[in-house]
Structure formats: C-alpha cells, structure tokens
Ligand binder design. Structure first.
Ligand code: SAM
Length: 277
C-alpha cells in the first residue's frame, strides 16, 4: 500500500484550463477531497469527471476536522485539500490542518498551480524581488486605515486582496495612507473574460474606477509600489559609487549622475557632487 499523503492542490482562479495535469491526476486518485465549499468544488470535479467523496473543511470547523483527516491518514487513505479558487492556505483555510497533519507525522505534499497574487505580481510591472503579501485588509474603516498607515514606509511592493464591495473604499484609504501620487496597479478578474490590469497613481486609479462601475465588479488584487528609499546622503555605498564611475566613463557627468540616481536611489545632486569632487 502506498504511503498516505495530504496533498495541497491548487485549483484555477477563473480559467478552468489552468488546472494542471498533475492536479487532475491527484484529485482523481485520492480517497477524499477536503474542500472549503463542497458544492463549489464539486462542480469543478464534475467538470473534469472526477468522482471522489468530499469532506468539508472551512474556517469554522478546520480544527475539529483535522482529527478526522488524521484518522483517515492512519487508515492509509490519502486526501487532497482544495479551496474555492487558487492555492489553499493563501487567504484561505488549511493552515491548522496542515500543521496538525505534519505534527502527527504524515506527509504533506503540494501540487502547485494558480495563485491570484503571484499571477498579478508577475504581470504588474512592479518590483517583484521584494514584496509583502498582506491579503485582505480589515473590513472596518478605522482598522483598515491604521493597517495601511503602518505600511506606509515599507519600501517593498505591497500586495492586497480585495472584493467588489470594498475596492473603492480601500483605494480611498490607500490614497489617504500612502498619498495620492503613489503608483499602484489594480489586477481584476485575472484569467477571466474581463481581465484588466491597470496602473496609475492612487488618485488616478480612484478616478478611473469611480468613473466606470464595470471596473468595480469582480475580484481584485491591488499592488502598491513601495515607499521611496530614504538613503543617507552623506555616505554612498561602494556599489553605488562603482555604478557611478562606470556610467561616467560612458556619458557626461550630469547624465551619469541621473542614471546612477535612478539605479541606486541616491539623490542625483549628491552623486554629481561626488563625481565632480
Ligand atoms: N487562495 C486564493 C489564491 O491562491 O489566490 C485566494 C483566495 S481569497 C479567499 C479570494 C481573493 O483572491 C479575491 O477576493 C481576490 O482578491 C483574489 N482573487 C481570486 N481570484 C482572482 C482573480 N481571478 N483575479 C483577481 N483577484 C482574484
């Protein structure tokens, strides 16, 4: 008998063709599919002609259900965890289950695939080397603004999930916390018919979305450019100086300082001064 496994299976975020070959195989071969909403995931399984008994595992029963899942694993049965869309545990249930199953000594294996924020980040044109995934903001306006204000100095790209009901209010709060001139991208209905990826400063985004009610429909990822780095003007690090010197060999000092400023985040005047000195 093969080793029992809890598989964490990503499902599409809109386009059903994004369900991977391996996800189909795993879903078709396990003894049970644990789903956030069994009716919703049942439709996905039916679409792929997969017939497997389902267990419901959602935010409110996850801790108790972990016991049940562990008992199934003890019986040698394998289970696949899915959420309504995308990757389980990413703003979705599953964390308590995975932790309990791992603590009980069973294998947990991911079957990766769609994830809304990864898809949005990959197509946003915003820096993706360092980012912070925030997920959903608090629903209450005071707590939401406070959460955003706490992020306003972060220099990495900030990534949020938002629903149709709160997208306008959230963009307003972002504009208040980060300033209307901060660049951001709204990624809506990814992989679906009305997929839209639109970038502007927060003030412009708000105007654009308020002018067209259609743009307020569906599911959203909002990505906000990080705050500009505030660098110590006095000391310039050796890497920045090296870049400046290479550029200065190829172009006039003012131009070299400008380009180096864009690359390194130091002020152009400070770099120019260094060259002249
Ligand atoms: N587990 C999912 C994932 O891997 O992305 C996220 C689940 S979370 C409950 C649902 C939120 O994800 C939506 O409110 C929206 O912010 C985002 N989302 C899901 N599908 C999306 C899509 N097709 N386009 C844009 N955002 C999406």
């Amino acid at each position: 008998m093969s080793e029992p496994v809890l598989y964490i299976v990503a499902t599409p975020i809109g386009n059903l063709a994004d369900l991977s070959e391996r996800a189909r195989e795993v879903l078709g071969s396990v003894d049970h599919v644990a789903a956030e909403d069994t009716r919703h995931s049942g439709r996905l399984l039916a679409h792929f002609n997969i017939k497997v008994p389902m267990i419901s595992v959602h935010d409110h029963n996850e801790r108790q259900r972990a016991e049940h899942v562990i008992n199934l694993l003890r019986n040698g049965e394998s289970i696949a965890l899915v959420s309504d869309a995308g990757t389980p545990l990413i703003s979705d249930p599953g964390f308590h289950l995975v932790r309990a199953v791992r603590e009980a000594g069973f294998r947990v294996s991911p079957v990766p695939g769609s994830c809304a924020f990864v898809a949005a980040l990959s197509a946003s044109g915003l820096p993706s080397d360092r980012f912070q995934f925030i997920g959903f903001l608090p629903a209450k306006s005071g707590a939401r603004l406070q959460a955003l204000e706490a992020l306003s100095e972060n220099t990495e790209t900030l990534v949020f999930y938002e629903s149709t009901h709160r997208i306008v209010d959230s963009l307003k709060a972002m504009s208040e916390a980060f300033g209307g001139d901060r660049y951001a991208v709204v990624a809506r209905e990814l992989t679906k018919t009305f997929e839209t990826i639109h970038g502007d400063n927060l003030e412009g985004l708000l105007e654009w979305i308020q002018e067209d009610a259609n743009q307020q429909r569906g599911e959203f990822v909002v990505l906000v450019q990080g705050a500009e780095k505030v660098l110590d003007d006095e000391s310039i690090n050796p890497e920045a100086e090296r870049i400046l010197r290479i550029l200065a060999k190829e172009m006039p000092p003012k131009k070299a300082a400008g380009v180096a400023a864009e690359i390194t985040g130091y002020k152009k005047n400070r770099l120019y001064q260094l060259l002249i000195d």
